[in-house]
Write a protein that binds this ligand. Structure first.
Ligand SMILES: [Zn+2]
Length: 172
């Protein structure tokens, strides 16, 4: 069962508790005729989608997004973004139509990007861990090698000095 935000009509999965844009707690959809937001669009895209929905006899209405309300006043032309609402019962069909006309990319670009970057993030995290583990091993190796080298240098100095002293003694 899907949930929706009473304020902006956006649909959410059951696990979601609050609307990501309004921060309102979500309501379960009990009435099949509840208008839900299908997609946001403006200009030609808006006309294209509503025409396609009309062709399929899906009742729809578009509401102006609140934050865009003043765009018409300033530009003179209607470039405002509208939320297209359809009854919940027709949502799936309307969604398919939007996919069919290319208004919605399958998988939802936003969602795909979100999971992708999350995966990448996890991957790079794992890589970083691996890298750290590797560099730790490397560091230990370097420490051991330099300790051995230090012992060799000490040995050379001690034996070398002995050798030179012996050599000098033999001269006289
Ligand atoms: Zn909302």
């Amino acid at each position: 069962m899907m949930k929706y935000c009473k304020k902006c009509k956006h649909l959410y999965d059951d696990e979601q508790q609050v609307c990501t844009s309004c921060k309102k707690s979500l309501c379960a959809i009990t009435d099949k005729n509840t208008p839900v937001c299908l997609i946001s669009a403006s200009g030609f895209e808006l006309e294209r989608i509503t025409a396609a929905l009309d062709d399929s006899m899906i009742p729809c209405s578009s509401i102006l997004q609140k934050n865009m309300a003043s765009a018409k006043v300033f530009t003179g032309s209607d470039t405002s973004t509208y939320d297209i609402l359809v009854p919940y019962s027709a949502y799936e069909k309307a969604y398919d139509i939007c996919v069919g006309i290319g208004a919605i990319k399958l998988g939802g670009e936003k969602i795909v990007n979100g999971t992708d970057s999350a995966d990448e993030y996890m991957d790079s995290d794992a890589d970083a861990e691996q890298f750290e583990a590797m560099s730790n091993t490397k560091r230990t190796t370097v420490r051991v090698v330099s300790a051995i080298l230090l012992i060799i240098v000490f040995a050379l100095v001690i034996y070398g000095t002995d050798f030179i002293m012996e050599f000098i003694k033999n001269l006289f």
